[in-house]
Ligand binder design. Structure first.
Ligand SMILES: Nc1ncnc2c1ncn2[C@@H]1O[C@H](COP(=O)(O)OP(=O)(O)OP(=O)(O)O)[C@@H](O)[C@H]1O
Ligand SMILES: O=P(O)(O)OC[C@H]1O[C@H](OP(=O)(O)OP(=O)(O)O)[C@H](O)[C@@H]1O
Ligand SMILES: O=C(O)c1cccnc1
Length: 492
């Protein structure tokens, strides 16, 4: 049975205080200075694809939507805030602010790129529009949700690409970053392309197929390996993948074959074996020969042991005969890049005359200068797949012939001829705080990842020096940004 309501944490769905204190002190100050209700636009984006890769996979929208739906300050939350003191030992917040928070109902619009969509640096994954105070209160938790899940879905997609269509099972729970991190990592791994997880609660909560073998402790609990395999086959004849490396892998394979033949006489078939140490290329090739010669051409060879996309790719190149990959620690902890650097930036604010003031944050580094405006992303394609993404300002219609300008190097441009087909990626999800669409389920999001990766040129998916996918600013938006940079520096 699938759980009807997916709790976001042990505290239930209401995570309104899962934020940085400065969001609340700013919210209070917007309220106090009469700025709380000014209409604002923020975008959530990251600058660089993780793992030195050429693409990322968007993930986390489902949980972000759960958070927004449940957003409400409880009496307990307000009492806690009422106890906070400033450096003069007086209350940090006025009592009247708690009445404001008590009655606060989110009235923001959220537009988002769907889970499982491939995305690139600088593209807005989310656009939040609404009262300034409310948009501000969403910053930290949206970053927390989208940064981690996009990172892990991207890692999973890379591991699955390396496996070239072989099933990948996620085994990460025991070494994941806490139990909530493990659960949500299992979900992101499935969206990214894994076929299942060993994590039973993740399976129940998110409807992910749950799979597994057995541990070394099972073998060690008996006098010898053969006895252990026989006992497992007797107890669990319909789920036998024997872990063969407790003492000696080649002997272990032979013991698995012995027990597999005995199982056959009783009308059962072993699924296969698991290798968990040693040279996985050599051992899998030997295992395949032994299994085939013994009449088990369909027995599967599962490999685990500190795998990641690079080791899997190398094992494939070495001609390994592994056909299922169990990947844990390096996947769910994003071992080689533990965080995605997503940011959430204010880009437009209504002024007293009711017009938009476009906002930008300067930086010495070109890549860190934020982009002003109210953005949408149009993805262009031809019969071979995706050819380029343009970030444009919704207030100015796209020209017939689009010029995409690289946000970190304005000399690099791509021209998209008039009439090239394309779709807008940001889709309306919430209007005035109300969910207005059925979000795709986890299985659809996983299918989307597969289809999206198929539409990317292989050069963009390679692990070493991937080709840069053209994703950047529409020429008019680039020019507007340049003017605003010069103005902010007093050089206009
Ligand atoms: N043929 C291979 N090519 C590249 N990497 C491999 C190959 N075979 C195994 N590996 C990887 O090399 C690493 C070997 O790990 P390690 O040095 O801990 O040895 P081990 O065989 O696991 O020994 P232990 O008995 O301590 O578990 C693992 O990450 C494993 O996935
Ligand atoms: O290496 P990972 O990618 O993280 O995959 C998970 C690992 O966890 C288990 O080892 P562990 O030593 O914890 O238990 P075991 O006795 O069942 O092997 C399993 O055998 C894998 O080696
Ligand atoms: O089922 C397995 O083989 C498994 C589960 C968790 C961790 N390592 C292996």
């Amino acid at each position: 049975m699938k759980l009807e309501h997916v709790p976001l944490s042990a505290a239930g769905n209401n995570l309104v205080l899962l934020t940085d204190l400065y969001q609340l002190t700013m919210a209070y100050s917007y309220w106090k200075t009469g700025n709380a209700e000014r209409e604002a636009v923020f975008h959530l984006s990251f600058r660089n694809n993780p793992f030195h890769g050429g693409f990322s996979v968007a993930c986390g929208l489902a949980q972000a939507a759960e958070f927004i739906k449940a957003f409400k300050f409880s009496e307990g939350d307000l009492s806690y805030l009422a106890e906070m003191r400033g450096n003069d030992d007086k209350p940090l917040f006025e009592t009247a602010f708690f009445d404001y928070l008590r009655n606060l109902r989110l009235a923001c619009d959220l537009d988002a790129i769907l889970e499982g969509t491939v995305v690139f640096g600088h593209e807005p994954l989310l656009r939040v529009r609404g009262p300034l105070l409310q948009c501000q209160l969403l910053e930290t938790v949206l970053l927390n949700i989208i940064n981690f899940q996009t990172l892990i879905a991207t890692k999973a997609a890379r591991v699955c690409l390396a496996a070239k269509g072989d099933p990948v099972i996620e085994f990460g729970l025991r070494r994941a970053q806490g139990n909530t991190g493990a659960l949500i990592a299992s979900r992101a791994c499935y969206v990214g392309g894994c076929e299942g997880t060993s994590n039973v609660l993740a399976g129940r909560i998110y409807d992910i197929p749950v799979k597994g073998t057995h541990a070394h402790s099972w073998v060690m609990a008996f006098d010898d390996e053969l006895t252990a395999f026989r006992a497992y086959a007797a107890a669990m004849p319909n789920n036998c993948i024997f872990l063969v490396d407790t003492y000696n892998s080649l002997e272990g394979i032979k013991n698995a074959i012995k027990v597999g033949l005995e199982m056959r006489q009783r009308g059962h078939e072993m699924i296969g074996i698991r290798l968990d140490s040693g040279d996985l290329a050599y051992l899998s090739i030997e295992a395949r020969k032994l299994l085939d010669d013994a009449g088990f051409p369909n027995a599967r060879i599962l490999a685990s042991n500190d795998l990641d996309e690079h080791i899997i790719a190398s094992l494939k190149e070495q001609g390994s005969k592994v056909d299922i990959w169990g990947v844990g620690t390096k996947l769910v902890t994003a071992y080689d890049q533990p965080a995605l650097g997503g940011v959430y930036k204010l880009s437009a604010l209504r002024n007293a005359e009711g017009e938009w003031d476009y906002k930008l944050k300067l930086s010495e580094q070109v890549a860190k200068v934020s982009t002003p405006g109210i953005h949408q992303v149009r993805r262009f394609h031809n019969e071979d797949g995706f050819i380029g993404d343009v970030i444009y300002d919704c207030e100015s219609p796209l020209p017939d012939e689009v010029v995409i300008v690289d946000p970190t190097d304005f000399i690099r441009r791509k021209h998209i001829p008039a009439g090239t087909p394309g779709e807008d990626l940001l889709q309306p999800i919430f209007r005035k705080g109300r969910l207005i669409t059925d979000l795709p389920g986890i299985h659809d999001s996983r299918e989307r990842t597969k289809a999206q990766l198929n539409a990317l040129h292989p050069g963009i998916k390679r692990f070493v020096n991937p080709h840069d996918y053209p994703a950047g600013l529409e020429l008019g938006l680039h020019e507007l940004k340049t003017q605003l940079i010069l103005k902010a520096r007093g050089e206009a």
